[in-house]
Write a protein that binds this ligand. Structure first.
Ligand SMILES: [Fe+2]
Length: 162
């Protein structure tokens, strides 16, 4: 690498977060959509790789597109989900993107399972309620809850969201 500025990179917490998102994405594939074990394994890999762009990103806001573009170049099936994750204004829609965004919101920074209200409170404490990070997370949470209701998600899943 010849970049003069160091990239953000992936610290231990981020690695734990990625593993946790992978596990949650696999679980949600089964509980929300009834997907096969094979597809749920794919969802683990998608979640596990979703923040890989941080390794090369200099700004937090570029990690999604960087990671997505890298995985597209490698032929990864779910590159678009990674490219568009975390963006409440994205017009790209897929069931896999819903799974990824939900898994991301239901996994804390250190990889443990959480709920959306607790995740939002953590983002507020780290960045402040006036931050763009918090505003985007709040808006994304609203979009996700609406989408889960649309597909008739179970009360058990909804209880982790609101
Ligand atoms: Fe991310």
């Amino acid at each position: 690498m010849t970049d003069s500025m160091p990239a953000i990179g992936m610290d231990e917490n981020r690695l734990r977060h990625c593993r946790g998102v992978g596990m949650k994405a696999s679980e949600l594939g089964r509980t929300l959509f009834g997907w096969s074990d094979e597809k749920c394994r794919d969802m683990f890999v998608m979640g596990y790789l979703h923040d890989v762009g941080y390794q090369f990103a200099h700004e937090q806001s570029e990690h999604e597109e960087l990671g997505g573009a890298l995985l597209r170049s490698l032929g990864f099936t779910y590159w678009a989900e990674i490219f568009h994750h975390g963006n409440p204004d994205s017009t790209y829609r897929s069931e896999e993107l819903l799974v990824l965004n939900l898994a991301d919101m239901l996994t804390s920074k250190d990889g443990s399972a959480t709920t959306i209200p607790a995740r939002l409170a953590d983002i507020a404490s780290r960045y402040g309620v006036e931050s763009t990070q918090y505003a985007a997370a709040q808006k994304l949470a609203d979009v996700l809850v609406a989408q889960v209701r649309e597909i008739g998600g179970s009360q058990d899943i909804l209880s982790q969201l609101v």
